[in-house]
Design a protein around this ligand. Structure first.
Ligand SMILES: [Zn+2]
Length: 395
């Protein structure tokens, strides 16, 4: 076993408020801290002067070290981009946009190799942006066979695979919504549940109503899947309340929330996952993270990487928007993109720098993590470790 000591740190973010040498805040910052990695895990965390003897020592030159980002919401498996939609909408011709249905048609027509190439390329982008854990959804197949193969491809990239057969009603079921919901709740979930860890449903205007969404979530739960909900993106509605009522791990988007929604999230176990680049992609508005946090809700930040509204893998930009557009403090945004994402996936082994956690780390070419928001859009990633192995070296 080779033990590696990372020292010469600027600030170390542990997300461990109980660390005896930390500052006691949720980020658990250590100044002049050090970390030992061994066998893919964090073996020791503490002040540099107390570090144990090791085989290899790496001096990080005064740079900040934090847990790798946990991106708990992506749609990486699809064919063909939608830059035509983007051009149409930003050019003032929204009626010319093809929407999700055009991605569904392209995905169905694509072979596995093409889908794999796109998804793998985007996963690589996420790694270079500091993401060490990613959730990946299906949702552009919308037939039994196409959803099953999209889940299998997602499973090549991550263990956090989500079945999103209830993304939208596909065109061939436009006159038979009930028939499509029955298909999802029956034969499609039978075929897909073994390849997934989660079931998700788009409960919103233009997608599925609350009764349809409830049926899909309960059918997934019966087959052992954890629950996630796309909720309240386009308009106020029942999605957030449904997610909390059913104990979903996460309600995602939360752009349009009532006081009752905020109270429910604060009182329940459901994480509010905010996706500010998706809000940016449709030119706002943004969710009010300040109200959620002040009420006591747990907030995560994620990219929502998808070819329509948020074709980005730039997790540092998501953190910057959390601060600059959503009203979060830098500490809250960094926590939401690391520990918050882990909470949204109910993972205890990632999103933190504690003994026993997976050695997933992000080193910034900056002394403190505030630079993520202070320098929006600038690539500050110096190095990324996943399970103790360097997976990217940047600036
Ligand atoms: Zn989404």
């Amino acid at each position: 076993m080779t033990a590696t000591l990372l020292d010469g740190l600027g600030v170390l973010v542990t997300n461990d408020p109980t660390h005896p040498h930390g500052d006691g805040t949720p980020l658990g910052r250590l100044v002049d801290g050090a970390v030992v990695l061994a066998d893919g895990a964090i073996a020791w965390v503490g002040p540099r002067r107390m570090a144990p003897a090791v085989d290899v020592r790496l001096d990080l030159g005064g740079r900040a070290l934090l847990p790798g980002f946990v991106d708990s919401h992506t749609h990486l498996v699809f064919a063909r981009d939608r830059v035509g939609d983007f051009t149409a909408v930003t050019g003032g011709r929204p009626e010319a946009a093809g929407g999700i249905a055009s991605t569904v048609a392209a995905t169905r027509a694509a072979d596995d190799a093409a889908l794999r190439t796109t998804a793998t390329r985007l996963r690589g982008e996420l790694t270079r942006a500091g993401v060490t854990t990613v959730e990946v959804k299906s949702g552009y197949g919308l037939t039994i066979a196409d959803e099953a193969r999209c889940l299998a491809l997602a499973g090549e990239l991550t263990d956090e695979v989500t079945f999103l057969g209830a993304h939208v009603v596909p065109p061939e079921y436009a006159q038979d919504r009930a028939g499509y919901v029955a298909l999802v709740c029956g034969a499609m979930l039978d075929a897909c549940a073994p390849a997934a860890h989660w079931v998700d449903v788009f409960c919103d205007v233009g997608a599925f109503d609350v009764d349809e969404a409830r049926a899909v979530l309960l059918a997934g739960q019966e087959r052992g899947l954890g629950l996630r909900v796309h909720a309240n993106q386009h308009a106020p509605g029942p999605g957030v309340q449904l997610a909390v009522e059913l104990g979903a791990a996460s309600a995602d988007h939360c752009t349009h929330l009532t006081d009752r929604d905020i109270e429910a999230l604060a009182a329940g176990s459901t994480v509010a996952t905010l996706l500010p680049t998706a809000d940016l992609g449709v030119r706002g508005p943004f969710p009010d993270a300040r109200r959620l946090l002040d009420a006591g809700a747990v907030v995560a930040l994620a990219t929502d990487c998808n070819p329509g509204t948020s074709f980005t893998t730039a997790m540092p930009l998501v953190v910057a928007l959390g601060v600059l557009a959503l009203g979060m403090t830098p500490d809250e945004a960094v926590w939401a993109a690391t520990a918050g994402g882990a909470r949204a996936l109910r993972r205890g082994d990632v999103g933190q720098v504690r003994v026993g956690a997976r050695a997933d780390l992000l080193c910034l070419d900056a002394p403190i993590p505030e630079y993520l928001a202070y320098r929006p859009g600038v690539d500050l990633v110096h190095a990324v470790w996943r399970a103790g192995t360097v997976v990217h070296r940047g600036r």
